[in-house]
Ligand binder design. Structure first.
Ligand code: ADP
Ligand code: ASP
Ligand code: MG
Length: 810
C-alpha cells in the first residue's frame, strides 16, 4: 500500500513535452524526479495531432494524419515485448476507426460536432496509452486510465463544461484505488464524456484544465504544468523574445493572463485550483531544473509594478446602440441573452447610456449573433482587433499605471478601456496589426530595466532541500526584503512575498491576520516545531531602498529586522538540509508599534508544541540574557489661554510642563546590578496655539527604560510631577531575563521586543546580527560578514537546543 499521507502531485505534460520518442524519455525522468511518492500524470496529444485530427474532419480524409501516426509508432518502439506489440496494434486499430467516424461525419451532419470530438479524442487516447506503457517499461508503476471515465461534462461539443461534483466523484472512484496501490494513473487531458456517455472535449488547450480538475478532485498538494517555456513569461515569447519567466503569480493574475491570451495556461485551469488553494507550477520539460512560475494564494506583490502583458488576436468588437423603445435594463438583459443563447463568451464590455461596446472572439456563430442583435438596435462590427491586458497585483494599490501605459503609446488608436473587477488588470483594444508593436513597446517601458532584483531564492518543483534548489543568499534576500516597503501597518506585501518564497521551497506556510490586510506568517516543516525562529516584518518610517558596498547592506530594515529574517531563513535551510524537521519560523507585524502581531501569534495552536523561541533583534551576534523593560507615559498640562502681551492674565501650560520635565530629568532612578541604569527619554513635546498666545495646553511623551518593576518608577514619576500635570500610563513591559547558552557571548540590551507577548512559544532567547545603534537611523545597515556569522550562530544555537532540551532558564 502507498503512504496516503505523502504529498500528491498532478503532473501535466503538454503536446510539445511529448512530441517525439526523445521527449517521452525526458518525461520518464521528470516523473521519476518530480512525481514524489504519489502522483497522477495527465498528458496532451502529441504536438500537432489535435490540429491534424481537426483537419481530417474538415477535409473528410485521413491523409494528413499519416506522418503523425508514424511518430506514434516510433514512440511505441521504445516499448519492447508484448506491451510494445499491444501499442502497435492499438495504433493500427485507430486508423480504420477514425476513417469510419470521418465517413459518418460526412453523412450525418446533425451529429457532426459529436463525431468531431470523437475523432479528436484519439489524440489524447493514443498519447496517454503510449505514455503509460513507456513509463511502465522504465520501471514506474504506471496504469492507463481512460479520462472519459473521470471527467463528466454537459454536451457542448468542442468546449464542454464539466459537472464538477460528478467529475469529482468519478475521478475519485477511478483514481483513489490505484493510488492506494501505489500506482501512477496516466490519463489524457482535454477529453471527457457527457452524462450520456458521448465523447466531449474541454476546448483547445484543455489538458491544463483536466489537470486542475483532477487535482481538485483528489485534494492534491500541487499541480505541475510541464510545457515548452520556463514558466509564465512577462509577455508572449513569440512576440518579445527576451521576455522573462515570472517567479510567482497570484491566482487572479494568472487567470487574467490566461484569459487574455497567455496560451501557456488554459483560462479555466485556475478556477478549480483557487477554491482549494492548490498551488500550480508552470515548468519547462526542456529545462526541468529551472524554477518556473508558481501560481498560488500567496503571491508576491511587486508594489507599483506590472508583472506581465498578455494579448489576444482574432477579436471582433461590437457596438450596439439601443433602439428607443427599450429601457436601459431591458436592453442590457435582452442583449446578454443573445450571447447566452449562442453560448458565446464576451471578453470586455463597456457601456454608456445608450450603447454597449464589447468584444468577442471571431467564430462561425458571429453572423447569427449579429443578426439577432440587430433586432435590439444599431450594430456596428469591427473585425481584426486585439485585446491587450496589463496585469499585476501592484495595480490594485498604485494609481497612475494607466497613465504610464497610454503615455507609451500616444500614437496608437486605443478603444474599450476597462479595469477588471479584480483590479489586477488594465485591458484595452487595439488594431490587430498594431498589437505586436504595442506589446513590445509596453514591455520595454513597464518591464525592462525596472524589474525588482531577481528572486534570491530559486524554486524546484519537488521542493525538498536536497533536490538541488538554489542556495539561499542572505545578502540578496536582505536587499529584496528591504525593497518591499513594510512600515508598520503596511506589512502585507512583504508577508506575501515571504509566503510564496517559502511555499516554493517546500515549507508549510500559514498566514494569520493580526488585523485586516496585516498578515503574520507561521512557517513549518512536516513536524510540529520545537524550535522557532521569530522576528518582525514591520519597520519604522521612512522607507529607504536597499544599496550595498563591499562590507555592508544599507536601507530601512537592514538590521531591524529584514537582515535578521534573511539570516533566520538561511539558517532554517541549512538545518533542514541536515535533516532538521522540528523547526519553525514566525514573522509578525506591528513590533514597532503595539505588538498586535505578536499577540495574535500567541494565540496560534502551533505554539503549544514549541519549546524554544529564538527571537531575532540586532544584538551584534551576542545572546541577550536580559532586556530592559519599558514604561511609556504621557503627561498632559493644562493652562489658561490669553494674549501673550499680558502673561500675568493667563497661565502657560508649556511653562508648567517644562518645569515638570526639568524635575523629571533630575530624578535619581533605580539601578540594577544585572540590568544597569533606568533611563528616561522625553521623546515628544507638543502644545500651544501660537507664539503670541499663552499656551492653553501641552503634552509630553516620555519613555522610561525599566531595570526594575514599574512600581518604584511610577512613584518617582508621580513625585516629580507633583500633580502639576495629568499622568497617563500608556504601556508597560517589565525587564526580562532570558536564557543563557554556554558558548554564546552574553549581553543585556536596553530595548524591548515582542518577547513578552509571545509567552506561549516556550523559553525565549534573543539573538541577531546587526547593531541596535544602526536601527531606526537614516543610515541603517548590516555588515555582510556579520550577517554570515549570524547564520552560522543561528544554526549552532538551534542545533544546541534541538539536541539539549534542558538548557537552563535563569
Ligand atoms: P503545451 O503544449 O505545453 O500545453 P502551449 O503551446 O499550450 O503548451 O503553451 C505554451 C506556449 O504558450 C509557449 O510556447 C508560448 O509560445 C505561448 N505563450 C503565450 N503567452 C505566453 C506567456 N505569457 N508565457 C509563456 N508562454 C506564452
Ligand atoms: N491537445 C489539445 C489541444 O491541442 C489539448 C491540449 O493540448 O491541452 O488543444
Ligand atoms: Mg497548452
Amino acid at each position: 500500500m502507498a503512504d496516503t499521507r505523502a504529498p500528491l502531485r498532478v503532473l501535466k505534460f503538454g503536446g510539445t513535452s511529448v512530441e517525439d520518442a526523445g521527449a517521452f524519455q525526458r518525461v520518464v525522468e521528470i516523473v521519476r524526479a518530480h512525481g514524489g511518492a504519489r502522483c497522477v500524470v495527465v498528458v496532451s496529444a502529441m504536438s500537432g495531432v489535435t490540429d491534424a485530427l481537426l483537419t481530417c474532419v474538415s477535409d473528410g480524409s485521413l491523409t494528413g494524419l499519416e506522418p503523425h501516426l508514424e511518430r506514434h509508432r516510433q514512440v511505441a518502439r521504445l516499448v519492447s515485448g508484448a506491451a510494445g506489440e499491444g501499442l502497435i496494434a492499438e495504433l493500427e486499430r485507430a486508423r480504420p476507426a477514425i476513417a469510419g467516424l470521418l465517413e459518418r461525419a460526412g453523412r450525418e451532419h446533425g451529429a457532426r460536432a459529436g463525431l468531431r470530438d470523437e475523432v479528436v479524442s484519439y489524440g489524447e487516447r493514443l498519447s496517454s496509452s503510449l505514455l503509460a506503457a513507456v513509463l511502465a517499461a522504465a520501471g514506474l508503476p504506471a496504469r492507463h486510465v481512460d479520462a472519459r471515465r473521470c471527467i463528466v461534462t454537459d454536451d457542448t461539443h468542442g468546449r464542454a463544461a464539466p459537472d464538477r461534483p460528478e467529475s469529482e466523484r468519478c475521478t475519485r472512484a477511478e483514481l483513489v484505488p490505484l493510488l492506494a496501490r501505489g500506482a501512477i494513473p496516466v490519463l489524457g487531458g482535454y477529453i471527457a464524456a457527457s452524462r450520456s456517455g458521448a465523447t466531449t472535449t474541454l476546448g483547445r488547450g484543455g489538458s491544463d484544465y483536466t489537470a486542475a480538475l483532477v487535482g481538485a478532485a483528489l485534494g492534491a498538494d500541487e499541480i505541475q504544468i510541464w510545457t515548452d517555456v520556463p514558466g509564465v513569461m512577462t509577455a508572449d515569447p513569440r512576440v518579445v523574445p527576451h521576455a522573462r519567466a515570472i517567479p510567482n503569480l497570484s491566482y487572479a493574475e494568472a487567470s487574467e493572463l490566461a484569459y487574455f491570451g497567455a496560451k501557456v495556461l488554459h483560462p479555466k485551469t485556475i478556477e478549480p485550483a483557487v477554491g482549494r488553494r492548490l498551488p500550480v507550477r508552470i515548468v519547462s520539460s526542456r529545462a526541468p531544473d529551472e524554477p518556473g512560475t508558481l501560481v498560488s494564494a500567496e503571491a508576491e506583490l511587486w508594489p507599483g509594478r506590472v508583472k506581465a502583458i498578455a494579448h489576444k488576436t482574432g477579436i471582433t468588437m461590437l457596438q450596439i446602440t439601443a433602439a428607443r423603445m427599450l429601457g436601459a435594463y431591458g436592453f442590457l438583459r435582452a442583449l446578454f441573452q443573445v450571447f447566452e443563447r449562442h453560448r458565446m463568451p464576451v471578453d470586455v464590455v463597456t457601456t454608456s447610456e445608450v450603447s454597449v461596446s464589447l468584444t468577442v472572439e471571431d467564430g462561425a456563430e458571429l453572423a447569427a449573433v449579429v443578426e439577432e442583435l440587430s433586432g435590439l438596435g444599431d450594430v456596428q462590427v469591427e473585425r481584426r482587433r486585439a485585446i491587450l491586458c496589463v496585469v499585476g497585483e501592484g495595480l490594485r494599490t498604485t494609481p497612475g499605471i494607466a497613465a504610464r501605459v497610454f503615455e507609451t503609446i500616444p500614437d496608437i488608436n486605443v478603444s474599450l478601456i476597462s479595469q477588471g473587477a479584480s483590479r489586477v488588470n488594465l485591458t484595452f483594444v487595439v488594431d490587430e496589426d498594431q498589437v505586436c508593436e504595442v506589446v513590445v513597446r509596453l514591455h520595454a517601458a513597464l518591464l525592462e530595466g525596472t524589474e525588482p532584483a531577481p528572486a534570491p531564492v530559486a524554486r524546484s518543483s519537488s521542493a525538498t532541500p536536497e533536490s538541488g534548489m538554489a542556495r539561499l543568499d542572505p545578502v540578496e534576500l536582505t536587499r529584496r526584503l528591504i525593497d518591499i516597503p513594510s512600515i508598520s501597518g503596511e506589512e502585507e506585501g512583504v508577508a506575501r512575498f515571504l509566503a510564496s518564497t517559502l511555499a516554493g521551497r517546500g515549507y508549510r506556510v500559514e498566514l494569520f491576520e493580526a488585523a485586516p490586510r496585516r498578515p503574520g506568517l507561521l512557517v513549518t516543516t512536516d513536524a510540529p516545531p520545537r524550535v522557532v525562529f521569530s522576528t518582525h516584518l514591520d519597520t519604522v518610517p521612512p522607507h529607504i531602498p536597499s544599496s550595498e558596498d563591499e562590507t555592508h547592506v544599507y536601507g530601512r530594515g537592514a538590521c531591524d529586522a529584514k537582515g535578521i529574517i534573511a539570516a533566520q531563513l538561511a539558517a532554517a535551510e541549512r538545518l533542514r538540509a541536515e535533516g532538521g524537521t522540528e523547526l519553525g519560523l514566525l514573522f509578525v507585524v506591528d513590533e514597532e508599534c503595539g505588538s498586535i502581531g505578536a499577540r495574535a501569534a500567541n494565540r496560534l495552536a502551533a505554539a503549544r508544541a514549541c519549546r524554544w523561541l529564538i527571537a531575532g533583534e540586532p544584538t551584534e551576534n551576542r545572546l541577550a540574557v536580559g532586556s530592559k523593560g519599558s514604561l511609556r507615559v504621557r503627561l498632559h498640562a493644562a493652562g489658561t489661554g490669553g494674549h501673550s502681551a499680558y502673561p500675568e492674565r493667563g497661565r502657560s501650560a508649556i511653562h508648567v510642563l517644562l518645569d515638570v520635565l526639568g524635575d523629571l530629568r533630575a530624578v535619581a532612578w533605580p539601578r540594577d546590578d544585572f540590568f544597569g541604569e533606568t533611563t528616561c527619554n522625553i521623546g515628544v513635546l507638543a502644545g500651544g496655539a501660537g507664539a503670541n498666545v499663552i499656551a492653553p495646553d501641552a503634552r509630553a511623551d516620555v519613555q522610561i527604560r525599566l531595570v526594575t518593576d514599574q512600581a518604584p518608577v511610577r512613584e518617582l514619576v508621580e513625585r516629580a510631577v507633583a500633580e502639576r500635570a495629568r499622568i497617563e500610563y500608556l504601556s508597560c513591559t517589565p525587564p526580562m531575563r532570558l536564557a543563557a547558552v554556554p558558548g554564546f557571548e552574553p549581553c543585556v540590551v536596553g530595548f524591548t521586543t515582542d518577547v513578552p507577548h509571545l509567552s506561549s512559544w516556550g523559553t525565549p532567547l534573543l539573538f541577531g546580527p546587526g547593531s541596535i545603534h544602526d536601527a531606526h537611523t537614516p543610515h541603517e545597515r548590516i555588515g555582510k560578514a556579520e550577517l554570515a556569522r549570524g547564520v552560522e550562530l543561528y544554526v549552532r544555537l538551534a542545533q544546541r537546543l534541538l539536541a539539549e532540551p534542558a538548557v537552563a532558564r535563569p
